[in-house]
Design a protein around this ligand. Structure first.
Ligand code: ADP
Length: 739
């Protein structure tokens, strides 16, 4: 059979006291007694060593007895019913001249009955009065602070403890005394903090389960169970649900250090978690009856409900006002389809959405910040860091960025708190920042002071409970639920705006393309139709020249020459326009193109040697290209003709045609040493009819480079110019069709 010492961890200290099995200490408090039965047979298998004081029988007489013979038939029957229904109520039991209260519960194959003296003298009216005071007192409080003060005051009035504290946990389970009602001669503990180790996690778990816990006398004396091991489970009986469970020795030492004689603790539960405690201290032992403990439970339940209601109302108000602000921001963003402007440039900004004091928008690589924020470089570095380390999180927030990101120390004054949301895909982000709140935390004793070993080699908690102050830095006020929800909702609205904007742009694009196509076929047919009348004009002008030239005076002859030149020019223009608009409709016939052969064809066809006898032409060995041969001829023809045309006046006119490889692509170039191009027009020259030269000096339609550009677009490539005015011009291009 297991022995208790083999089941109990030796050497509990502050490093492992959170593992101490405080529900299985096998000891109970002096003010009551326990009998424990096998749940199946309802035969008594264990009892506390003080049982004779309550039942007028020896332990040996009690063990193995049927429960019925102890509590009487009536009680026994109602207990059996309670076990069936899992609904327990205390039973009255009179033993000799003792009036006892029997508090039953079931746990792990045991039915456990706890016996304590029944209180005398508190009537139903007093209880009712107390409960009414609780409800009116707590619901009349105007805010949370007042409600806590009222709760402390009521508990002190009802039960007469020397000190009653409302103790609230923070996110790390450190506690702070936020309200206090005490005897005048006691020093105040209001505002003191206690480290999380003071109430270890398994103790918090039991508080959550049990609600109210009485320790009537802080003493190491206690009563143990006989036999020590339950024959039902072959283990120490689990007293998690017991009212009488004795406190752990380490907790007794802790309370004795504070000179406390008796305590009552009630759990304040909010959202299924332990929000805080009502902690009552008395400087001498103090017993509170079962019914008074129920009143205290009722009070904490009303308190928790009120707390929840208030928090819910405040958050509802804030959610409402933030949704009004969000709608306004959406309107602002949609006005010019500009997210950054909508969030930062109007009277209402994204700052109004939360309680932050700074904010920033990082959209399409551009950062804009408002209010108090880290500088741009710091935000961008933070953004990179968060992108790398928190990429899974669409939304990320902390109230102490410097505790996870070292470089955050530099800007902790303005931005200890960071809330970030990712907007749509890519690296678009919204940030909110909250400044550092330097806080002086007053601890009840130095929380970092090492634990001390007492003479019996057991560990004792910190001996000194002197006030210990510590400055907490690098922390901002926390991000509230409604702020995080508002940021999330804004993110979703922005995504919708982007999608809506995308749809609109797509629709516009389609309309534009349709209009463009119509315009192209219109200009194609107009140009085409102009050819016939033009041919007529030219034909008749030639007839007049041949047959009537002599009979014309000088003016007539000049006018006739002008008509003939103009028709030539117009013919060229029509050719170019037809080429240009024809390109749009033309289907591509992609193949392997011998660039050297095409360059030579163009040079021969254009009678270059005859028309530009002084121009030297150098052609390198060019790599083959993938593309539409007839389109590439048009491209080369325009670029080579321009090079010849705009360099013909140069003393040593020279054209070079070559290629090189860049980023795995063959880049072709055609350069000349002619008049050059002012680089401010490097893009404009590729537009239709844009010319930088005088018509009278250099003929041309201004369409050639537009044709070049269109051919390149059809080949998914690129074309650009590099030039020095008065010196040289180089056009470069590459194609990008798969081979
Ligand atoms: P154009 O018929 O006028 O030559 P383009 O569209 O071919 O029309 O060229 C647009 C303008 O770009 C020209 O009018 C000229 O001002 C400038 N340009 C093009 N190629 C050259 C070049 N090689 N040297 C200098 N200027 C050039």
């Amino acid at each position: 059979m297991a022995s208790p010492s083999s089941l109990y961890p030796q050497n509990v200290d502050l490093t492992n006291c959170d593992k101490e099995p405080i529900h299985k200490l096998n000891r109970i408090q002096l003010h009551g007694a326990i009998v424990s039965c096998d749940l199946n047979s309802l035969q008594i298998v264990q009892c506390s060593s003080n049982i004779s004081e309550f039942l007028n029988k020896t332990i040996d007489e009690i063990l193995n007895l049927s429960l019925e013979s102890i509590i009487g038939n009536e009680n026994f029957e109602s207990l059996k019913k309670a076990i069936d229904q899992q609904k327990f109520a205390p039973l009255d039991l009179v033993v000799g001249n003792k009036h006892l209260l029997v508090i039953p519960h079931v746990h792990e194959s045991h039915c456990i009955l706890e016996l304590e003296q029944r209180e005398e003298g508190v009537d139903a009216f007093t209880y009712q009065q107390q409960l009414t005071d609780v409800i009116t007192g707590l619901s009349n409080a105007s805010d949370e602070k007042q409600m806590c003060d009222k709760a402390a005051e009521l508990v002190k009035d009802f039960f007469g403890y020397d000190r009653v504290m409302i103790y609230q946990f923070d996110e790390n389970w450190n506690g702070e005394v936020i309200s206090e009602a005490r005897e005048e001669n006691l020093e105040s503990w209001l505002g003191l903090h206690y480290p999380a180790t003071d109430i270890p996690q398994q103790a918090r778990k039991l508080f959550l389960q049990q609600g109210v816990r009485l320790i009537s006398e802080i003493t190491t004396e206690s009563v143990h169970m006989v036999p020590e091991i339950s024959p039902v489970t072959n283990d120490i009986v689990d007293l998690s649900k017991s009212e009488l469970r004795a406190p752990s020795l380490i907790h007794i030492e802790y309370l004795q250090n504070m000179k406390v004689g008796g305590t009552l603790t009630a759990a304040i539960v909010y959202n299924h978690t332990l929000w805080g405690l009502i902690a009552c201290h008395h400087y001498s032992p103090k017993f509170i009856s079962y019914h008074q403990r129920l009143s205290c439970k009722f009070l904490t339940q009303v308190f928790s409900t009120q707390l929840g209601l208030r928090a819910f109302n405040t958050s509802l108000q804030k959610v409402n006002s933030s949704s009004v602000i969000r709608n306004l921001l959406i309107k602002q963003m949609s006005e010019n389809w500009n997210i950054t402007e909508g969030l930062t440039a109007f009277d209402t900004t994204m700052l109004n959405l939360t309680e932050a004091s700074g904010a920033a928008v990082f959209i399409d690589g551009k950062l804009t910040s408002i209010g108090k924020t880290p500088d741009s470089e710091e935000i961008l570095k933070l953004n990179n860091w968060l992108t790398e380390h928190k990429k899974e999180d669409d939304i990320y927030f902390t109230n102490s960025i410097s505790s996870i990101y070292d470089q955050g120390y530099a800007f902790k004054e303005v931005a200890s708190g960071v809330l970030q949301v990712a907007v749509s895909k890519g690296n678009n982000k919204l940030f909110w920042f909250k400044p550092e709140i330097k806080e002086t935390v007053s601890w009840g004793g130095n929380p970092n002071k090492p634990a001390q070993i007492s003479s019996d080699a057991r560990l004792s908690p910190r001996k000194s409970f002197d006030k210990w102050s510590e400055e907490v830095s690098g922390k901002s006020a926390p991000w509230l639920d409604y702020e995080v929800a508002a940021a999330k909702a804004l993110k979703e609205s922005i995504s919708e705006i982007i999608i809506q904007k995308y749809d609109e742009v797509m629709e516009l694009n389609q309309k534009l393309e349709k209009a463009y196509n119509e315009l192209e076929s219109f200009s194609y047919s107009v140009s085409h139709d102009l050819r016939a009348p033009l041919r007529g004009i030219d034909g008749f002008a030639q007839i007049i020249k041949e047959d009537y030239f002599e009979s014309l005076d000088d003016f007539g002859r000049n006018a006739l020459e002008t008509i003939i030149k103009s028709t030539e020019k117009m013919n060229l223009l029509i050719d170019d326009i037809l080429h240009f608009s024809g390109l749009h409709q033309k289907e591509m016939r992609v193949g392997n193109v011998d660039m050297n052969s095409l360059v030579n064809q163009v040079i021969d066809l254009n009678q270059t040697a005859i028309l530009f006898p002084n121009t030297k032409i150098e052609i390198d060995e060019l790599p083959h290209a993938t593309g539409d041969q007839s389109m590439i001829i048009q491209l080369l023809s325009n670029l080579i003709n321009n090079a010849l045309k705009y360099s013909q006046e140069s003393p040593n006119a020279k054209i070079q045609i070559g290629s090189y490889v860049e980023n795995g692509k063959n880049v072709y170039y055609i350069s000349d040493n002619g008049i050059g191009i002012d680089m401010q027009y490097k893009d404009a020259i590729f537009g239709v009819f844009n010319r930088l030269v005088d018509d009278s000096q250099y003929s041309g339609s201004g369409i050639g480079l537009a044709i070049v550009k269109r051919v390149i677009e059809k080949h998914f490539g690129n074309v650009w110019v590099e030039s020095k005015l008065g010196e040289s011009t180089t056009f470069k291009f590459y194609f990008n069709l798969p081979e």
